[in-house]
Design a protein around this ligand. Structure first.
Ligand code: GDP
Ligand code: MG
Length: 437
């Protein structure tokens, strides 16, 4: 994976007591190889390392105290630049705002339409309408209705009409009548670029004249993603790119190359199948993530969203009064689970992805822990101190787990309680505040 390879590249520098021009060059050669392995286009990878080299020479990397760190920073800045530099917003100026989705079949258009509707509804206070213009497969229309039901957004579709231009125009009219201020149009895609699909999407585009035309692409398709982006951009001159499936084992090449090939910003990323798995694309955070620095800011933001303030205050009181028990532990676990996939979360913690790379993280890593807690009596949960060997044996049996696992949980719980008490002390206030307390 790209992060690991880059890390290895910098290792060349870190390993040497004395930094020379030669090992800076070696490092950059490794960086270039890592980029190529991640499916970054050859020309871009070459330009990239040349730019970093020039800047390194310009800033006299060799004479600074920490040349390794400075070089990492130069690479990070350059990666950020490559991915568009600043955050690209979404244009919501229309009345209603029309957002058109384009992209190949399976890229994630329908899923992303739902995610975007949900995002605009919950975060931007908009009233979105979803429109089903994938008229070839009845299942596709149905899929959008399922998505709409999930997020409580109305879906406009016309059974029996297979003219997407007509449906789209009718939907905009309908939106005006009903007071919807955003219209998100989901369209049909083919498995590969072909003339029929291009003509159809171009016609819908022309008829709608949307504020935002978004090109949705599966980030796992690597170099193909870039070629497809080019083909769609030539026809539609779209406004932004949506990178989906960034939660998968993507090599990162698409994110790094697309911007420089079509010169359009990446606006959002999809990071999972759930409706909440959408993130605004921050080039600098993505660069940090690629470099293995972890996306701490995203993690904190997600934590802030999920941790209910009221809950946090109650918890703080309990900790202060030494009343923190397994029931609270359980509800903490449930909060963490709401934050998303464990693998995603671990990936965001600096250093953790490396440390955990050999550890198999189950999607529901907490299942066993929950089972053990559920097999405790209320008294045991609120006063864990009473749990002796006999009780442990009973709990383990009830949960269908080994006694070692119960011991391990007790130990973790103990550490967590201690840590929480510490957070109560001076200097710990900020951490609680961060979690929404
Ligand atoms: P469409 O043909 O372009 O409309 O693609 P869909 O929205 O139907 O998505 C195709 C498949 O990819 C579905 O199984 C989705 O659940 C899945 N999918 C979409 N976005 C993501 C994502 O960000 N992460 C993951 N893991 N799966 C996704
Ligand atoms: Mg679809």
């Amino acid at each position: 994976n790209l992060s690991e390879k880059l890390d290895k590249a910098f290792h060349i520098l870190k390993g040497h007591g004395k930094i020379t021009e030669i090992n800076v060059a070696d490092t950059l050669k490794e960086v270039r190889r890592a980029l190529l392995d991640a499916d970054v286009n050859f020309k871009i990878a070459k330009e990239f390392t040349n730019t970093v080299k020039e800047k390194a020479i310009g800033q006299d990397v060799l004479t600074t105290l920490q040349p390794g760190q400075l070089l990492v920073k130069l690479v990070k800045d350059e990666l950020t630049e490559l991915m568009g530099g600043d955050v690209a917003g979404i244009n919501l100026s229309g009345n209603p705002t029309v957002i058109l989705m384009s992209g190949l079949q399976g890229s994630g258009k329908t899923t992303f339409s739902g995610k975007l509707a949900n995002h605009l509804k919950t975060k931007r206070n908009k009233k979105p309408l979803l429109v089903a213009c994938d008229v070839y497969r009845p299942a596709a229309i149905n899929q959008l209705h399922v998505v709409g039901d999930q997020i409580g957004v109305e879906v406009y579709s016309e059974l029996g009409n297979n003219n997407p231009v007509e449906i789209a125009l009718n939907a905009v009219k309908y939106a005006k009548e009903k007071g919807y201020n955003v219209v998100i149009v989901d369209t049909a895609g083919r498995l590969a670029v072909d003339e029929e699909m291009m003509t159809e999407i171009a016609n819908v585009h022309k008829a709608l004249n949307p504020q935002e035309t978004l090109f949705v692409v599966d980030s796992m398709t690597g170099q193909d993603a870039v070629n497809t982006a080019k083909a769609f951009n030539d026809r539609l001159n779209f406004d932004g790119v949506i990178l989906t499936k960034l939660d998968g084992d993507t090599r990162g090449g698409a994110a790094l190359t697309i911007k420089s090939v079509v010169n359009k910003p990446i606006k959002f990323v999809g990071t999972g199948e759930k409706m909440e798995a959408i993130d605004v694309f921050y080039p600098n955070r993505m660069a940090e993530r690629i470099l293995g620095m972890g996306d701490v800011v995203s993690l904190v933001e997600r934590a802030q969203e999920q941790f209910n303030e009221e809950e946090a205050r109650k918890l703080q009181k309990k900790i202060a009064k030494n009343e923190f028990g397994f029931d609270d532990f359980l509800s903490q676990i449930q909060q963490v689970k709401k934050m998303g996939n464990m693998k995603d979360l671990v990936g965001m913690i600096p250093g953790a992805s490396k440390a955990m790379k050999d550890v198999e993280i189950e999607d529901d890593a907490f299942k066993h822990i929950e089972a053990i807690i559920y097999s405790m009596t209320p008294a045991e949960r609120s006063r864990p101190a009473i749990i002796d060997m006999k009780r442990k044996t009973r709990i383990a049996k009830g949960a269908g787990r080994r006694i070692e696992e119960v011991n391990q949980l007790m130990k973790q719980f103990d550490q967590m309680s201690k840590m929480m008490k510490m957070m109560q002390g001076p200097g710990g206030k900020n951490l609680m505040k961060m979690m929404g307390g």
